[in-house]
Write a new protein. Structure first.
Length: 301
């Protein structure tokens, strides 16, 4: 039952992430909202809500943890490099390109996790690792060129932010696992988001509200990004790591790029040709291969 719960949580969180990326693209294009402001707002609001839930369960312990130097260092690293890193790089990639490509570029993270593991353990790349790397490179090429190498389907800036989002997700995934053994999901998410939002406020204060067409649809879209695309999605995905292994959560998170592509093509009419679809399939296949290999290694131990 716990394993089934973890599978549902990981898949649901990834689904909400994917759709929220498309909603964010809508906000960037229609309301001209800057990514930095939206990231700051969603982190601070979601973080505050997470801590409200945590206070009801853990009481004053939520504040006392800041007297522990180890906790302070962990939260600074997780909040700034992990939480803020994942949020801002992903949204910046969407702002510069589109949600579908940004999401797929972020899903190169399993490859980076694999490479990190190989380097840390000082082992050689197996044939399956090499195959996964070739799939990732080939898939990324098709995604970015659409089969025509003379022109990129997204600006170079969007590509750079997309790669950085994959690196941030790698750190986020590896670093959050051990922390979940020490702290509750809501506590980790709450303080991580507050720290990340506070750090981003130094660059783009949340109170510097941008000029935009503040229609009801825009406000509802912002609420979706904050409440469902951030609060619910992060809680579900990180919480799933209590019941399933990180590689399994990574495998199930393939729901995100699929939902981002489908919602972008149907709702925003984002062009996505056959070559890009093939590239998307190659990236997803790479994720599946890396996740299955990790599962095989854990079973063998």
């Amino acid at each position: 039952m716990l394993r089934t719960k973890g599978i549902i949580m990981a898949s649901g969180g990834a689904l909400l992430w994917g759709i929220s990326g498309t909603v964010a693209q809508h906000l960037f294009q229609q309301a001209m909202l800057p990514a930095a402001w939206l990231v700051t707002l969603r982190l601070l609001v979601s973080g505050a809500l997470f801590l409200m839930f945590t206070l009801r369960k853990e009481g004053s312990q939520v504040w006392k943890l800041w007297l522990d130097r180890r906790f302070v260092l962990q939260m600074l690293l997780f909040g700034l490099l992990g939480m803020l890193g994942v949020q801002y790089t992903y949204f910046a990639s969407i702002e510069s390109g589109n949600a579908a490509i940004a999401t797929l570029l972020q899903y190169l993270a399993p490859l980076f996790i694999l490479l990190y593991t190989v380097i840390r353990r000082k082992t050689k790349l197996a044939p399956l690792d090499i195959t996964g790397a070739l799939l990732a490179l080939g898939g990324t090429y098709l995604l970015l060129t659409g089969g025509d190498s003379s022109e990129l389907t997204v600006p170079l800036r969007g590509l750079v932010w997309g790669i950085l989002s994959a690196v941030s997700l790698t750190f986020y995934t590896l670093y959050s696992g051990p922390l979940l053994k020490l702290y509750s999901t809501s506590l980790l998410m709450g303080w991580g988001m507050i720290v990340g939002g506070a750090g981003m406020s130094l660059i783009h204060p949340v109170w510097s509200v941008p000029s935009a067409d503040w229609s009801l649809s825009i406000i509802l879209a912002i609420l979706f990004v904050i409440l469902l695309g951030t609060l619910a999605a992060f809680y579900l995905y990180i919480g799933s790591l209590r019941h399933i292994a990180p590689h399994e959560a990574s495998l199930l998170s393939c729901t995100e790029p699929v939902s981002a592509i489908v919602s972008s093509v149907i709702w925003l009419s984002v062009p996505f040709n056959l070559y890009q679809a093939l590239g998307a399939g190659m990236v997803v296949l790479m994720t599946v291969m890396v996740s299955l290999k990790s599962r095989t290694k854990e079973t063998a131990k």
